[in-house]
Write a protein that binds this ligand. Structure first.
Ligand SMILES: [Zn+2]
Length: 80
C-alpha cells in the first residue's frame, strides 16, 4: 500500500511537470522560421504601482484609477 501511494504521487508530479513543460514551450512553427521576429517598436514598460516591478503594458493590470499592476494580488492591494 505504501508503494501504491508513492507511485501515485510520482505519477501526479510527473503529469504536472510534463503538462507544464508542454504548455510553456509550444512547438516551433513549421518551416524553421525564427521564433517571434521583432516587429515595430519595443513594448512600453510600466512599473507596478505596488511593488515597482517593470512589465510590458500588454501584461499590466489596471485599476479604476489607471494605475498599472503586475498581478491581481497587487491590484487588490493597491498602490504602496
Ligand atoms: Zn507588483
Amino acid at each position: 500500500m505504501k508503494y501504491f501511494v508513492l507511485a501515485a504521487i510520482l505519477a501526479v508530479v510527473g503529469l504536472l511537470f510534463f503538462g507544464r513543460g508542454r504548455s510553456r514551450k509550444p512547438p516551433p512553427p513549421a518551416g524553421g522560421a525564427p521564433v517571434a521576429p521583432r516587429q515595430g517598436p519595443p513594448a512600453e514598460m510600466l512599473a507596478c504601482a505596488h511593488c515597482g516591478v517593470h512589465l510590458p503594458r500588454a501584461d499590466a493590470l489596471f485599476d479604476a484609477g489607471g494605475q498599472p499592476y503586475c498581478s491581481p494580488e497587487h491590484r487588490v492591494s493597491g498602490p504602496r
